[in-house]
Design a protein around this ligand. Structure first.
Ligand SMILES: C[S@@+](CC[C@H](N)C(=O)[O-])C[C@H]1O[C@@H](n2cnc3c(N)ncnc32)[C@H](O)[C@@H]1O
Length: 247
């Protein structure tokens, strides 16, 4: 399946797009994917970096698959001089993101592009590169390539942060779908039957979760330090890992 058919920018203003986007906003509103914990963890991580560096500047952040910038809209305020870059291949979420971060005093840039292409052509570096629920549509080989390209663009003292959905060791994709979709049907109680059906179809068609160890191996091959697990949420389906540039 091509990337364009996974998330097709051509349908980015269509009724179907808005229905799917409204579902994603509802999931965030009820914190079904753990966005509250993720944003709090990133805010804490960034304020710690600020304290350690002793500088007023956290540095430059690259957020791949940034969507409507819900997560950065929670951690950016209070960080001082930060340069934030959000990348997404869908136009509408970037419009929402621009609006959401319009009051932020730091430097903000958005890029309408596929994240793999963006990284492959990148000729500058960042202090923090984040993939937020933006890798699970990729195969393991594709994940390895984007992680390697991200690692190449990290400054000394920088880190790669990945928060996403993971399967358990030795769990097949089908077995994962069974567990994950059971949990969604059981616990995401505010979703209507139609919303549940669309979520089920979207996940089965698009998701390729790998294990934490798979991602750690990609990061290790890319020259990054051991992935530190910073957060496990949503019954361990969703994890946040940080891979530092070795000192
Ligand atoms: C599940 S949302 C995550 C949004 C946000 N990062 C969050 O934490 O909620 C995935 C986002 O990644 C974008 N996306 C998916 N594949 C992408 C790709 N290959 N390049 C750039 N953006 C991509 C989608 O358009 C969508 O906005």
């Amino acid at each position: 399946m091509t990337k364009a058919s996974r998330t097709n920018p051509a349908t980015d203003g269509s009724e179907a797009f808005f229905e799917h986007w409204a579902i994603y906003r509802k999931i965030i509103k009820f914190n079904y994917m753990g966005h509250d914990q993720i944003a709090a963890s990133l805010a804490e991580h960034l304020s710690r970096r600020k304290t350690i560096s002793g500088q007023e500047k956290v540095g430059a952040i690259l957020d791949l698959g940034c969507g409507d910038a819900e997560v950065p809209s929670r951690y950016l305020p209070g960080l001082g001089a930060v340069e934030y870059h959000g990348v997404d291949l869908a136009k509408k979420p970037l419009e929402f993101a621009r609006e959401k971060l319009s009051g932020f005093s730091g430097e903000v840039h958005f890029h309408l592009q596929d994240q793999a292409q963006f990284l492959a052509g990148l000729d500058r570096s960042f202090d923090l590169i984040i993939f937020g629920f933006a890798l699970h549509h990729n195969t393991l080989a594709e994940k390895a390539t984007v992680v390697a390209n991200a690692a190449r663009c990290l400054n000394e003292g920088g880190a790669l942060v990945v928060y996403d959905v993971f399967r358990q060791p030795n769990e097949t994709r089908q077995a994962f779908f069974g567990r994950y979709l059971d949990w969604i049907r059981r616990d995401w109680r505010q979703m209507t039957a139609r919303e549940q059906m669309l979520i089920d179809g979207h996940i089965r068609a698009n998701d390729h979760p790998d294990t934490v160890a798979d991602l750690q191996a990609c990061a290790h091959r890319a020259g990054l330090g051991a992935g530190e697990l910073q957060l496990s949420t949503c019954q361990d389906f969703h994890q946040l890992l940080q891979f530092p540039v070795p000192g």
